[in-house]
Ligand binder design. Structure first.
Ligand code: ZN
Length: 248
């Protein structure tokens, strides 16, 4: 089974469409780690594209804020403006759909899916304490997470050393492969489809091949100008528009 793992799409339809096109024929199922909406210009179109494709979608903090399950006061001003804008545009059906997304972690086929951390769906996994907390919360050797918008993840070796997984697919559309070692444990971040924050503006995703025990990380350029133009037309904040080209 080959799983296409998408995370942090953030209403960026152009990026999503490009990722799906590149991944075509390379996966059997789609899994989504949340934050379908927030920031970008196409919340309804993104939901309607992912919903029929994905076997499981766990909710993200922006999904929760946009459907009223979380207080947007916890967000910074720009994110809050985007939440308010999104909330005003969601169709009733899509609003309801976001409200009913499951919280993570969700176990499937021997691995876990969560937006933030297995310890707390809203927690960022950036530093060593968060990594340790995440690994100590779940027994599964393989967890897929998002939320940080940083492609890669963390690895805990059989002798209990952990280190970051550095992936930098330099070539557009060509995967960088991570073979999974049977004695190790992994926190895998597929990267953000719609708003990367690792200094690389290209859309990110991953494909997990369960039989081959391998994760392939991808980066692909998409038509950024279309997303930015739509955001300007909708009056979304300029810093949110500019950050897309900077990838932070
Ligand atoms: Zn996000």
């Amino acid at each position: 089974m080959r799983y296409l793992i998408l995370s942090d799409i953030h209403s960026n339809l152009e990026a999503l469409v490009k990722c799906l096109k590149l991944a075509e024929g390379r996966y059997d199922q789609v899994l989504c780690l949340g934050d379908l909406v927030g920031y970008g210009p196409d919340p309804n179109a993104v939901i309607e594209r992912v919903r029929p494709l994905a076997r499981i979608i766990v909710r993200g903090n922006h999904d929760k804020a946009c459907c009223g399950l979380m207080d947007p006061q916890e967000f910074n001003l720009l994110a809050r403006l985007a939440v308010d804008w999104t909330r005003g545009r969601l169709t009733p059906e899509n609003f309801e759909f976001l409200c009913n997304l499951p919280n993570g972690p969700v176990s499937i086929d021997g691995f876990e899916l969560v937006h933030g951390s297995p310890a707390d769906e809203d927690e960022y996994i950036f530093d060593s304490l968060e990594v340790i907390r995440a690994f100590s919360t779940v027994a599964s050797p393989l967890v897929f997470f998002g939320h940080t918008h940083v492609q890669g993840g963390f690895l805990l070796t059989a002798n209990h050393r952990f280190r970051p997984i550095r992936t930098s697919p330099e070539t557009d559309d060509e995967p960088v492969s991570l073979p999974l070692d049977g004695g190790a444990r992994y926190l895998i971040n597929p990267g953000s489809v719609g708003q990367p924050r690792d200094g690389d503006w290209r859309a990110g995703f991953a494909i997990f091949d369960a039989a081959a025990r391998r994760v392939d990380y991808y980066r692909t350029p998409y038509n950024l100008e279309i997303t930015q133009r739509k955001m300007r037309q909708e009056g979304l904040p300029e810093p949110l528009i500019r950050r897309l080209e900077a990838g932070h």
